[in-house]
Design a binder for this molecule. Structure first.
Ligand code: 5GP
Length: 188
């Protein structure tokens, strides 16, 4: 923690199944001063996910209440569920001079860009799969979505990839170690 330094938002987006969670976990394990913003979501937990560690899981009613209270710095509906970032958590971390990693979708990144808040300097990174074929096979292998959901995620992946030029940097996740190294270099 460095109180004389202004913390930054590190926004990382990637199509579903691109290895983003693994990459973010590695970045955090190797860089103790960085912190991940745990998002709030109405999506039900997947096997192995823990409340407060992976997400704060909540009902649509609870989420809507928080939205009305202006709790979220940004929020979006992704794959028919709501996701949002805590404004207070991010502000606290930045005030302490800590860099905060936000693993959010393209809609969320666009909202943050539109705010252009000087107290929240931002670096944005888009992670690409080596190919759409590779992404499809990763989604099928992890067996957390139905065939229909995989089709939906691939269609959205194409739309998200079309927005990559709006990010400061694009990293292709051909090899996970290489991708982590590249992102570390970009952040540092
Ligand atoms: P998943 O359900 O697979 O964990 O996440 C689905 C998508 O929602 C991913 O692209 C993920 O980055 C995005 N996401 C997770 N948390 C947030 C958030 O707080 N805000 C926004 N805008 N997207 C989020």
């Amino acid at each position: 923690m460095n109180k004389s330094k202004q913390g930054r938002l590190i926004v990382i987006s990637a199509p579903s199944g691109c290895g983003k969670t693994t990459i973010v976990d590695r970045l955090l394990a190797q860089n103790q001063s960085w912190v991940r913003s745990v998002s709030y979501t109405t999506r039900p937990p997947r096997t192995g996910e823990a409340n407060g560690r992976d997400y704060f899981f909540m009902s649509a009613e609870e989420f809507e209440l928080k939205q009305r209270q202006d709790f979220f710095l940004e929020s979006a509906k992704v794959f028919s569920h709501f996701y949002g970032t805590s404004r207070a958590f991010v502000a606290d971390c930045l005030a302490q001079g800590r860099d905060v990693i936000l693993a959010i979708d393209v809609q969320g990144m666009k909202q943050l860009c539109a705010k252009k808040d000087a107290s929240m300097p931002m670096t944005s990174i888009f992670i690409m799969p080596p190919s759409l074929e590779a992404l499809k096979s990763r989604l099928e292998k992890r067996q957390t979505e139905t065939k229909k959901e995989i089709g939906k995620r691939l269609k959205i992946a194409e739309e998200e990839m079309a927005a990559r030029s709006r990010y400061d940097h694009v990293v292709v996740n051909q090899d996970i170690n290489q991708a982590v190294r590249e992102i570390e270099d970009l952040i540092k």
